[in-house]
Design a protein around this ligand. Structure first.
Ligand SMILES: Nc1ncnc2c1ncn2[C@@H]1O[C@H](COP(=O)(O)OP(=O)(O)OP(=O)(O)O)[C@@H](O)[C@H]1O
Length: 316
């Protein structure tokens, strides 16, 4: 069995790494943090872009000012406009009260705009005005509000390509990517997968009954050779799953999700009843440190039935 070697990572705020290219990346982030330049972090999903933005804020002269983050992909056009610019009561149906937007709330601080490529064109125009003239107008108001924000944006897409396709304003692109930073994906950070496996196991051991001490060699091989398209977030989820699903001190290959074992995931046809059952079993496994007998007792079924249900639900 393989016990993970515990390499002490460097911590940049909450971002942990042991990789030389990441130390270089964070040193660069630290240097630009001290300027007022707008920064665009380019990186894959789950690779830590928000942690980088937070670190830049904490290292900047604005560290004592506010830090706010907004994910442009998660909001409708209307909600994004009102989140950012705020609105006056009566500005639209449902606006029953005045609302102060993030652009005003972040005055003197740093605003992190995640997935900026998803920002609709008319909101882009409003943001450009903030960067050029340091002012904006809340929805339904004629008042001009002044604000002093430092912008850190992030995208997993090429803004140049979006500009060429007419989906992103060229003038705004130049304003927000004064300094572009390219965050390496997890698979290009030497040593980080192993370090993060150890880190997450320690965290999971601390909050669960099950105490994992080893990873079986073939499971470790699968974890180290996987491409991690969802980066650190995916690694975190995979370890939470493996910790909940297996038993005893060792994570075995069978405890890993199918994609890590080189298999297609179980039938994707979504079944809400099965989904609810899957969640219930996972929650109980987590709660009882992976002890299947206790989980079977809690569900009022035999251990063999639990095993069969878990197999049907793609949990083993
Ligand atoms: N190097 C790291 N060390 C420890 N935790 C990390 C690291 N990178 C990311 N994480 C964790 O992984 C998760 C995803 O990170 P984060 O939200 O910063 O990624 P992101 O690139 O902004 O994701 P998205 O593109 O989906 O918005 C968070 O829980 C974060 O704490």
């Amino acid at each position: 069995m393989t016990s993970l070697t515990r390499t002490e990572p460097a911590a940049y705020g909450r971002l942990l790494t042991t990789a030389p290219n990441m130390h270089a990346f964070m040193a660069q982030a630290e240097r630009v943090a001290r300027t007022e330049a707008s920064i665009l972090v380019r990186g894959q999903t789950g690779s830590g872009k928000e942690l980088v933005a937070r670190y830049i804020h904490d290292q900047s002269r604005r560290a004592h000012g506010p830090f706010h983050a907004i994910n442009c992909a998660a909001l409708s056009r209307e909600l994004m406009a009102s989140e950012l610019f705020g609105h006056k009561r009566g500005a639209f149906t449902g606006a029953t009260q005045d609302r102060i937007g993030l652009l005003a709330l972040t005055d003197g601080g740093t605003l992190f705009l995640d997935e900026i490529a998803e920002m609709p064109m008319d909101i882009q125009a409003g943001l450009l005005r903030v960067l050029q003239d340091r002012c904006f107008t809340p929805l339904g108001s004629s008042e001009v509000v002044h604000t002093d924000i430092r912008l850190v944006s992030a995208t997993h897409e090429s803004l140049r390509r979006l500009v060429a396709e007419g989906r992103f304003r060229e003038d705004l692109m130049y304003r927000i990517r004064v300094v572009p930073l390219y965050l390496p994906p997890l698979r290009e950070r030497p040593g980080d997968v192993e370090m993060l496996l150890g880190h997450h196991l320690q965290r999971l051991n601390a909050s669960n009954e099950r105490q994992v001490r080893h990873i079986a060699p073939e499971a470790l091989e699968a974890l180290l050779t996987y491409r991690w398209p969802g980066n650190v977030r995916e690694l975190d989820n995979v370890m939470t799953y493996a910790h909940a699903i297996g038993e005893g001190e060792t994570i075995a290959l069978i405890d890993l999700p199918p994609e890590l074992r080189g298999e297609a995931p179980p039938d994707e046809a979504w079944n809400p009843v099965e989904e609810a059952e899957r969640e219930q079993i996972l929650a109980l496994l987590q709660q009882h440190g992976g002890q299947r007998q206790v989980v079977a007792d809690a569900l009022g079924i035999s251990r063999a039935t639990l095993w069969r249900r878990m197999k049907t639900l793609g949990l083993q």
